[in-house]
Design a protein around this ligand. Structure first.
Ligand code: NOJ
Length: 571
């Protein structure tokens, strides 16, 4: 009886493992296997000494980028912009921001990346434009302008529109009164970022044509900025009191959004071999699925904020972290695809928020987080500077900040009589500027970022110790660890497609999981604390082969050193 049971078990596991491999064979795609490296152009490398990073600067670092082993670069907006929101307010979608260079520089950058086998993903900011875009200038000039309906207007003759919350406005008011035509316009972000009206087919066609313009140049993908907010109920009904505390529920993935995505797919994506990713994954797993289910022909993937939002100044619960990532993985296990990230230009630094940036633990905890990002299922998005373990700068005064959202929020908090000392402390942890300080290339002036007198945002004074040149020389640096972890992922498809299983679920110090594909089984164990911590598993790790570890002598006794990360191949 036992024997029969055993053979049934063997047969069904064989069928199951074939199912996994058959599924992954059908569904293999370059963008699933890619590691995406995000470049914040303003802070990457300045070539002309004006203190602002630029395209020629990036070009001068192409060999460095190639040396990382990444496959795709996602570059933050480089289009013409008055820079109210560092390029997320576009005044001309078919031109390059003067501070960043020229279209020729852009073409050279794209060519240089392609020559090195690296693809380029553009940031497409089309929930809103700049108020200095020609469309908006025309629209605001007259109620009869043919561009009026490119935006959302509420004529003041009808009274005041129902309140809408704005993320970046000094008063958090998304309606701005404009006296020229006695009307309000809508801006979910700053006043200089009026929302585009996606209900207008003419606007939609302009956007698709613009996207094709970049695809014809050869770009390899699009990241859709804030696009989940594009569809709106344009009757602008009253929302329940306090809705702004969960505005996403009212703003994200409203009726019409999937139709726009399907249309965009038909008009643009289906015509090119491009990867597509949306910022934001809606309000539910169903929303996320609907955006990325291959059969629906919308997008390849979205990125959800649930993971990145977990870090708080007072710390975070690893159990919660595990639960979030495990849940998202399980929802996409059979269908659809995920992105994995813990940092980007909208967040403070990875190691400060999720690890430990003290002198003692910065190096190991940063490597531990890198291990996590590169051993999970889903396409990893890795933010420039995190490969060096760059940390928050922690400015003391508001005058040091450049980020409009941090400054406007400061003014708002002041206007409501908030405790400003407390606010200043909070932004040391969370202001976006912490993640935007210039890239630390070497120990020379301005960290080798710029030869100018000053830089647009201060350089972190720890650049004399934390910089790429020093890390190049050290074979055990964060930088070289990042390269190793990428090679490991590239050489083992189990990290891309393998089944994920959480182990030792209730362990609040160690995150351990296995990845499995076609008989290959990997166990990853990550200590998220500064104490030794043990984990439980029935697998015999003492006999396992160590594929990667962030100490030179990896633990094989199920007790991990502070922030230790070990990747075991199980026998
Ligand atoms: C999300 C972008 O990542 C962020 O930097 C920007 O401020 C807003 N969208 C508005 O475009």
């Amino acid at each position: 009886m036992k024997k029969i049971f055993y053979s049934i078990f063997i047969i069904s596991s064989l069928i199951y493992s074939q199912k996994i491999s058959a599924q992954s064979a059908n569904n293999q795609k370059w963008w699933k296997e890619a590691v995406v490296y995000q470049i914040y152009p303003r802070s990457f490398k300045d070539s002309d000494g004006d203190g602002v990073g630029d395209l020629k600067g990036i070009i001068s670092k192409l060999d460095y980028i190639k040396s990382l082993g990444i496959d795709v670069v996602w570059i933050n907006p480089v289009y013409s912009s008055p820079n109210d929101d560092n390029g997320y307010d576009i005044s001309d979608y078919r031109n390059i921001m003067k501070e960043f260079g020229t279209m020729e520089d852009f073409d050279n950058l794209l060519k240089g990346l392609h020559q090195r086998g690296i693809k380029l993903v553009m940031d497409v900011v089309v929930n809103h434009s700049s108020d200095e875009h020609e469309w908006f200038k025309q629209a605001r000039s007259s109620r009869l302008s043919p561009y009026r309906n490119y935006y959302h207007w509420w004529d003041a003759d009808r009274g005041k529109p129902n309140y809408r919350y704005s993320l970046f406005d000094v008063n958090h008011d998304a309606w701005k009164y404009d006296s020229t035509t006695n009307a309000y316009y809508l801006h979910f972000f700053s006043r200089k970022q009026p929302d585009l009206n996606w209900e207008n087919p003419r606007l939609r066609k302009e956007i698709y044509d613009m996207m094709k313009f970049w695809a014809e140049k050869g770009v390899d993908g699009y990241r859709l900025d804030a696009f989940q907010f594009a569809a709106k109920d344009t009757t602008f009904p009253k929302f329940s009191d306090g809705f702004e505390k969960n505005f996403s529920k009212y703003y994200a993935v409203q009726n019409g959004l999937h139709d726009y995505l399907k249309e965009m797919n038909k008009e643009v994506f289906s015509k090119y071999d491009v990867m597509t990713v949306a910022e934001g994954a809606g309000n539910s797993f169903q929303d996320a699925h609907d955006m990325v289910d291959a059969e629906r022909n919308e997008l390849n993937m979205a990125y959800a904020f649930d993971g990145v939002d977990i870090a708080k100044p007072e710390g975070y619960s690893l159990l919660h972290f595990k639960e979030v990532f495990t849940k998202w993985d399980s929802v996409f296990a059979e269908k659809g695809w995920l992105s994995i990230f813990l940092a980007n230009h909208d967040q403070a630094r990875l190691v400060t928020r999720f690890g430990n940036d003290s002198n003692e633990y910065r190096d190991v905890s940063s490597k531990m987080l890198t291990t996590f990002l590169l051993t999970m299922r889903g396409t990893p998005y890795y933010y420039n500077g995190d490969e060096l373990g760059m940390t928050n700068i922690r400015f003391n005064k508001i005058e040091d900040y450049r980020d409009m959202s941090t400054i406007n929020e400061y003014k708002y908090q002041q206007s409501i009589g908030a405790d400003m000392k407390k606010y200043l402390e909070e932004i040391k942890f969370k202001s976006r500027d912490n993640g935007r300080t210039p890239f630390q290339w070497d120990a020379s002036i301005n960290a080798g970022f710029s030869e100018g007198k000053s830089t647009w945002l201060a350089v972190n004074p720890n650049y004399t110790i934390i910089n790429a040149a020093a890390e190049e020389r050290d074979k055990n640096s964060c930088l070289n660890y990042f390269r190793k972890a990428i090679q490991l992922r590239k050489n083992n498809k189990v990290f891309v497609y393998g089944k994920y299983t959480l182990i030792d679920k209730s362990n609040d110090k160690v995150y351990a999981y296995t990845r499995e594909l076609n008989g290959k089984k990997i166990l990853i164990a990550l200590n998220f604390t500064k104490e030794n911590a043990s984990f439980k598993t029935n697998y015999d790790v003492s006999k396992a082969k160590i594929l990667l570890d962030n100490y030179s002598n990896a633990s094989k006794n199920k007790i991990l050193k502070p922030y230790e990360a070990v990747v075991y191949e199980l026998k």
